[in-house]
Write a new protein. Structure first.
Length: 484
């Protein structure tokens, strides 16, 4: 049994990633600040302990007993006089210890109001450990809290036991300030995350709105309705996505339109020959001559149907990107080849009019196909002996705002037949349109030849033009623009 997981929208995923990154960043900032503050507290305590012990060490050889005016006789007297002259910080204790190391020392303290549960002078066991320690600096871990200490030992004198000056610092309050700052930063980070959630949700929704529109438009598209487009706003990646989607819809619409046109045209144009074939087959008798004539008519109609289908398939493929395959071609050679091929199409006065000696990029097979079709069209609408001219010309691009660096190539077929009426000039390039009046003799064409020529020209990003021939007739020109 397959369990489908709930789909998470892009908006939620973006917001989650944003929150994760921000949470990690803000957490790292808070932890770093706490670490820096704690390090500053430890550094300040170390400096204070070093300073206090240094001052006492300097006082020992230089101190003078105010009562005798000479050196201190005992360690007890030295410690009491020194402590009377000192002012301790709020979390600092200055103590004097007298007695032999290992025994519980007598404590000399300043008159200060420290919490009874944290004052070191009340903790005899801790004082014994400090007095007996050979180190000058250390840390005591007590149930009442940590104590950082430093001491200066005083040797025994004739008048009393040895002693020691002890500086004890209680870092709990200092570290509590650092912890408070840390939790304050975490609280502010939480507020920032909440604000980011709201702002990110709104911003992500605004940014992804075109994406949702793309999705909704794609869901509403059908083969019968491909006209919907997405409005493009701005010049960012989302706008580029909308433009790309609209371009895809344009291609789909053209493809479906070409498919519908192909089906409609095929159905419309093939209906008549199919009816003719069926009618003749139904009426065909047993007479050999009648059967032979029927077979000839049916074969002729089938050949015409085959040509129509091939032309329609060619036009349907005109929308494909590989419809034309440009390559470097010598225009003079192409023009001469076309002239040689079309001379066999009919008994006409064929003339190679002009030849452009230039190399251009085009599809030689498609261009030859278009020129042969134009020549065939000229033969159908002229009579034997009339002149048909084949040629090509090249025009270098003129410098200007709209034509800088663009050259023009033209291949043309000009005849001297009856010409084309103005009312027909607008429709002869459409499929199955032969014009309202025919010039010359009636032919069996389906009206797809000029539509194929137009498709080949547009496949080269060019155009096909109809002009009047000087002296009478029609000129069809394939005009292509190439970069110089």
């Amino acid at each position: 049994m397959t369990v489908s997981l709930p789909r998470i929208s892009a908006r939620v995923r973006i917001l989650l990633w944003l929150l994760v990154v921000m949470a990690v960043a803000l957490g790292a900032v808070a932890v770093t600040v706490r670490s820096i503050l704690q390090r500053d507290v430890d550094h300040r305590i170390s400096q204070l302990l070093t300073q206090e012990t240094g001052e006492f060490a300097n006082f020992v050889p230089q101190g003078v007993d105010p009562e005798t005016g000479g050196r201190f006789g005992t360690a007890d007297r030295l410690l009491r006089i020194y402590l009377q002259r000192q002012y301790a910080d709020p979390d600092e204790e200055l103590l004097g210890l007298t007695g032999r190391p290992g025994d519980r020392p007598d404590a000399i303290r300043q008159r200060r109001d420290l919490p009874p549960d944290t004052a070191l002078w009340r903790d005899g066991a801790s004082l014994t450990r400090i007095h007996a320690s050979p180190a000058s600096f250390g840390t005591l871990e007590r149930p009442q809290g940590e104590v950082r200490w430093a001491k200066v030992e005083i040797g025994p004198s004739a008048g009393g036991p040895p002693g020691a000056f002890v500086v004890a610092f209680h870092p709990e309050r200092e570290r509590a300030v650092a912890d408070k700052t840390f939790w304050t930063l975490l609280a502010l980070s939480g507020v920032a995350l909440l604000m980011t959630t709201g702002v990110g949700w709104a911003v992500a929704g605004r940014i992804l709105a075109p994406v949702r529109l793309v999705r909704a438009t794609a869901a509403e598209l059908t083969e019968q309705d491909l006209t919907r487009r997405i409005p493009v706003e701005g010049r960012d990646d989302i706008a580029a996505l909308a433009e790309t989607f609209n371009a895809m819809l344009d291609r789909l619409e053209r493809a479906f339109a070409a498919q519908r046109v192909f089906v409609d045209d095929a159905g419309h144009e093939l209906r008549t020959p199919i009816t003719i074939v069926r009618g003749h087959l139904e009426l065909m008798g047993d007479d050999p001559a009648d059967r032979e004539e029927t077979v000839r008519l049916v074969t002729d109609e089938l050949d015409r149907m085959s040509r129509i289908v091939e032309d329609l398939l060619l036009l349907a493929g005109a929308e494909r990107p590989d419809f034309v395959r440009p390559e470097p071609v010598q225009l003079a050679e192409l023009t001469a080849d076309v002239f040689v091929k079309v001379r066999t199409l009919g008994d006409r006065e064929w003339q190679l009019d002009g030849v452009a000696d230039r190399e251009v990029r085009l599809d030689p097979q498609r261009m030859t196909q278009a020129m042969v079709q134009l020549a065939q069209n000229a033969v159908q609408h002229t009579v034997p002996g009339q002149r048909i001219r084949i040629g090509s010309r090249f025009e270098a691009g003129r410098e200007g705002a709209d034509r800088a660096g663009t050259d023009r190539v033209e291949l043309y077929v000009a005849d001297h037949g009856p010409g084309i009426p103005p009312e027909d000039a607008e429709v002869i390039f459409e499929r199955f349109r032969r014009g309202t009046s025919r010039r010359g003799t009636r032919t069996s064409g389906a009206g797809l030849g000029l539509a194929i020529v137009k498709a080949i020209a547009e496949g080269h990003h060019g155009r096909v033009e109809l002009r009047r021939t000087e002296g009478g007739g029609a000129t069809f020109a394939l005009t292509l623009e190439t970069d110089s």
